[in-house]
Write a protein that binds this ligand. Sequence first.
Ligand SMILES: [Zn+2]
Length: 63
Amino acid sequence: MYETQARFICVVCGAENIIDVDLSGGLDQEYVEDCDVCCAPNKIHIHFDDKYFKAEVSSDFDE
Ligand SMILES: [Zn+2]
């Protein structure tokens, strides 16, 4: 069984957010998740690495 939670650090307030990965979206996903603490949008890139999902936050909001 795989761990389906990933965590990321909010770029605005630095809080750690834990998110549930929607497996139907595949092993490599990119979307915007709002911070639980300050509600700022964080653009995160999720990828599957060995047994765990890792989330990387992108600070650029070009789109
Ligand atoms: Zn935040």
